[in-house]
Design a protein around this ligand. Structure first.
Ligand code: SF4
Length: 74
């Protein structure tokens, strides 16, 4: 299995996406389409919403493909 991890940050929060875990449920882009848009490259643009919006949406990912950490914690 490929071990790819992608990271996208707005400077405050970092969104971590593991493509192999993504089940393409669409929950992220239906919930927060400004940030998550699979038609776009890059498909995640973290500057398009607030950190709070991002955190709330990432928590709803059913597969665990999306996670996040606060940059201040690293
Ligand atoms: S919510 Fe999670 S599993 Fe669903 S499309 Fe987004 S990243 Fe993939």
């Amino acid at each position: 299995m490929k071990d790819i991890t992608k990271k996208y940050t707005n400077g405050e929060v970092t969104i971590v996406w593991v493509p192999d875990k993504c089940i393409h449920s669409g929950i992220c882009f239906r919930g927060l389409g400004e940030v998550f848009d699979p038609q776009r490259k890059p498909w995640i643009v973290p500057e398009a919403a607030t950190t709070e919006q991002i955190v709330n949406q990432v928590k709803k990912c059913p597969s665990g493909a999306l996670s996040y950490y606060m940059n201040s914690d690293t």
